[in-house]
Design a protein around this ligand. Structure first.
Ligand SMILES: [Zn+2]
Length: 861
């Protein structure tokens, strides 16, 4: 990317900063406004009080804290930076005109509509709070502020602030004070941003992230003809992406003049989407003796896949000449880039695809591949009348791409030289972790704490990443030839042959010179509040349980029932700071009772979940006249936050969930492995918090499936049966949970949860015994069979006894319930009460009663 492109991108990004850094916040004088009135259009014979002038003031007042290029001439071609950033309401040059047009496009309006809405909104934006998109989905005519029950807090982005609040609870707060606090935080961190004078593109990454933190909850437009539901951050980002693409289009087609820029007839853009295929198999492949490394490998691999997606988007942007702000959507391994429709861009797409696929072929032998699809678009396609059609077309292009994912002419047939790669002088010429790729000698000493011997480069890198992720809070993405001392702390196989990666920490100095650094991310998990930041905050890391210092002591008691040898082996595996193995996680399903005895069943639970009808929600959940690219980007970003920002925070801070291992969580889906009983508990909390997150909109919900395993079950089997449980929830009508092969709606799950509590109380009162709970299983089967028979489904004579279940149950209850109660009358009452309850439940829930029943049986064994 050249200087001029970067200048346009940043100028467009910063164009509306004056809505946040305004007259009051900056203390702008009347003198300043008069001197700079050229930035303002004249309306009714006088200049209007306007944010464009405050954008200019921000750039001048914070001169010292911003890159020196912002206030100097000679940076790139054309206008001075400050003129570009502040000139968008009264454009005087072709380059200023570009930002003006980009501003309209990001809003999904033409110039007339835009003028009207700006006029209406100027006075009141500081009184306005951002309204949730979630509350509007699938609800027509939400076009008045009064119709909304929820609003967002005016707070920096954090796992707590991303939840909306009921409007009446928030109205007392003074928005002016909250704006001031936000601005003070922004300025505090602005002064700390790194790489300001070292590498401008990198500083812009940090600045973009800082703006996300502080302006995600500020509406881009105030109350007026538009509902204020798009954040200033989303508006700025999209404006920047549009401006960059428009600039490059006109530069590459040699039409950089105001008339051509205003002309909306040409298809000036490409929307490019990227998608990886074969990820599931890549992540869940288990082989040979990998048990000890399973959780590290899995963590490493799953993060690696996120990295591949990030870096594929980055590589494509680089090749096309775009800044990273051109990636307009990015979640869970899928990304969308806005680019210029030129020959250059087209050939870059093709070349980059081939380059990435060749590398993927070499490392995964065809298991993983990437597909790019693109559609051409003009200004009008981003208008509210037409954007829905454009988005639909993108979707169908991606579907087509699925079926032609690998170029068989290029990559078909046997893999050339596969056997030659193996070094037969090694102990294990074939990698013992994947059983696919050749071992290489240099991996022998590549990991200091693990004695895994020689493995392949990729597996070594995965274990390396999986181990470091839980210890370090910063990641630096650098060029492949970056010189780093020692080779233990970097990849042995640079990604796409281009990107080196190293871990660092917040107190460390840059280990490299800035020219070699492409990305510098703070990946630490959020505490309740937004962190103070000095580099880009990247929401890419997820929560996994690690051993703490008391690990050995705590496990000692839980392992008591095992053989001495097994106990010693498992204690030996505990290293504080390392991710827990699945064996240990399964043990955490056991509970230590007051008498020191251990109860429960040692097993893993896996939960797979995804948001129901997501394509429909994103494709047509909003009314056509509200359907803009900014809202779509905001919606995708906000949905991702629930999984990628809120959940890690929940697991980290809520003691019940501290042993839950996140396989992945992002976009719209989720895969967790944990102690089976904690996984069940987490599903209840997920259902509740997700509903809160989407403003209790009954149209937005998710399906989930839970399945149970012994700790040594191969990952592939775990993934497949969790998926099967999820599919069952979907096939029964979605918005449901499946556990123990039984499917219930979330409302039923709540009722069943009350039943579970009743069972527990009765067990504690010794009115019921564990063996009686076991017998209840038989009655559940009979009750279910009876229902089938009544629906006239064929039933064999052997099964006819099912009709007798009530009589049998009365007999069973009278003999067994409350046996130790001495007072006859009291026992009679209890038997009657419990019998009536259980018969009612058996009739109503049939098999679904197994969900609370087995939860109790397994916990009290
Ligand atoms: Zn391997």
């Amino acid at each position: 990317m050249d200087d001029t492109t970067l200048k346009i991108a940043i100028a467009a990004f910063i164009h509306d900063i004056g809505k946040f850094a305004d007259k009051e916040a900056l203390g702008v004088t009347e003198q300043y406004i008069n001197n700079n009135s050229a930035y303002l259009p004249i309306r009714n014979g006088r200049h209007k009080d306007h944010h464009a002038i405050y954008t200019a003031a921000f750039i001048e007042y914070f001169k010292k804290d911003l890159p020196y290029e912002f206030n100097s001439s000679g940076w790139g071609e054309g206008d001075k930076f400050i003129k570009l950033a502040a000139g968008h309401h009264n454009p005087k040059t072709p380059m200023q005109q570009i930002i003006t047009v980009a501003d309209w496009l990001a809003s999904g309006m033409d110039s007339d509509e835009f003028d009207k809405s700006e006029k209406n909104s100027i006075q009141s934006y500081k009184k306005t709070r951002l309204l949730p998109l979630f509350e509007q989905l699938q609800k027509p005519r939400m076009d008045d502020l009064e119709l909304f029950s929820y609003v967002y807090h005016l707070k920096p982005l954090s796992p707590v602030s991303i939840f909306s609040e009921e409007k009446n609870k928030i109205q007392k707060n003074d928005p002016k004070k909250e704006y001031k606090k936000l601005f003070d935080g922004f300025v505090h961190d602005l002064k700390r941003l790194r790489h300001k004078d070292k590498k401008l593109a990198l500083w812009f990454d940090h600045f973009e992230s800082l703006t996300m933190t502080y302006t995600s909850a500020i509406p881009a437009a105030g109350a007026g003809s538009v509902v204020p539901d798009v954040s200033l951050y989303d508006h700025c980002r999209l404006t920047s992406a549009f401006a960059t693409a428009i600039y490059l289009y006109h530069r590459e087609t040699e039409t950089l003049d105001a008339e051509s820029i205003k002309n909306g007839d040409d298809q000036k853009f490409f929307m490019i989407s990227g998608n990886f295929y074969g990820i599931q198999d890549f992540i869940f492949a288990d082989y040979g003796d990998t048990r000890k490394y399973r959780s590290k490998l899995l963590r490493g691999k799953s993060f690696y896949i996120s990295l591949l997606s990030e870096l594929a988007a980055d590589l494509l942007c680089k090749r096309i000449g775009l800044p990273s702000v051109s990636v307009i959507l990015n979640a869970a391994g899928k990304f969308t880039i806005l680019a210029q429709n030129t020959y250059n861009a087209l050939s870059a797409i093709e070349k980059t695809k081939q380059e990435i696929n060749k590398w993927l072929m070499d490392i995964s032998f065809g298991e993983v591949s990437i597909g790019f699809s693109h559609v051409a678009a003009g200004y009008k396609d981003f208008s509210t009348e037409k954007f829905m059609d454009l988005w639909e077309e993108m979707g169908s292009r991606m579907e087509e791409n699925k079926f032609s994912k690998i170029d068989l002419n290029r990559h078909g047939g046997t893999i050339a030289g596969y056997l030659d790669q193996f070094d037969n002088r090694l102990d294990h010429p074939m990698c013992t972790l994947c059983g696919k790729r050749p071992s290489v000698p240099e991996t022998n000493y590549a990991l200091s704490t693990d004695q895994i011997g020689q493995v392949c480069r990729l597996c070594r890198d995965h274990v390396f990443i999986g181990t470091q992720l839980v210890k370090k809070d910063r990641i630096i993405i650098a060029s492949k030839d970056a010189k780093i001392s020692g080779n233990k702390n970097q990849l042995t196989e640079p990604i796409f042959g281009q990107y080196q990666l190293l871990f660092s920490s917040s107190d460390a100095k840059d280990p490299l010179n800035s020219e070699q650094i492409f990305k510098y991310w703070d990946i630490s998990l959020y505490q309740d509040d937004a962190p103070s930041q000095d580099v880009s905050k990247k929401i890419i890391n997820s929560y996994v349980p690690v051993y703490d210092k008391e690990g050995r002591k705590n496990y000692q008691s839980l392992l008591a029932a095992k053989s001495k040898a097994k106990q010693e082996e498992m204690i030996e595996e505990i290293h504080p700071g390392d991710p827990k193995t699945f064996n240990h996680i399964a043990v955490n399903a056991l509970d230590k009772n007051e008498d020191g005895k251990v109860s429960g069943v040692e097993a893993l639970g896996a939960l797979k979940a995804d948001v129901d009808y997501l394509g429909m929600l994103m494709g047509c959940g909003l009314e056509r006249q509200k359907y803009t690219i900014s809202r779509l980007a905001a919606l995708s970003r906000q949905l991702n936050y629930y999984f990628a920002l809120y959940l890690p925070h929940l697991f980290m801070t809520d003691k019940r969930f501290k042993n839950i291992y996140t396989v992945f969580a992002g976009g719209d889906d989720l895969f967790l492995i944990g102690p089976w009983n904690r996984i069940y508990e987490s599903s209840l909390i997920l259902n509740k918090t997700f509903s809160d997150y989407v403003c209790r909109n009954p149209e937005i919900h998710f399906s989930a499936g839970i399945s149970l395993y012994k700790a040594h079950t191969p990952l592939n089997n775990i993934a497949n049966s969790a998926e099967a449980a999820l599919e069952k929830s979907k096939s029964k009508g979605r918005n449901r949970l499946t556990m123990f092969s039984q499917t219930a709606t979330w409302d039923e799950v709540k009722e069943l949860e009350n039943i579970r509590e009743k069972f527990e109380t009765w067990l504690q009162n010794e009115w019921l015994t564990k063996s009686m709970l076991h017998s209840l299983n038989e009655f559940i089967s009979m009750a279910a069979m009876e229902k089938q028979a009544l629906k006239k489904k064929p039933i064999s004579t052997d099964d006819m006894h099912c009709f007798k279940w009530r009589a049998l149950f009365y007999y069973f209850a009278a003999r067994n319930i409350g046996k130790q109660i001495e007072e006859k009358e009291r026992r009679r009452e209890i038997v009657d009460e419990l019998t009536a309850c259980m018969i009612k439940w058996l009739e109503k829930y049939e098999g679904r009663l197994r969900i609370p029943l087995w939860n109790v049986v397994y916990n009290y064994r």
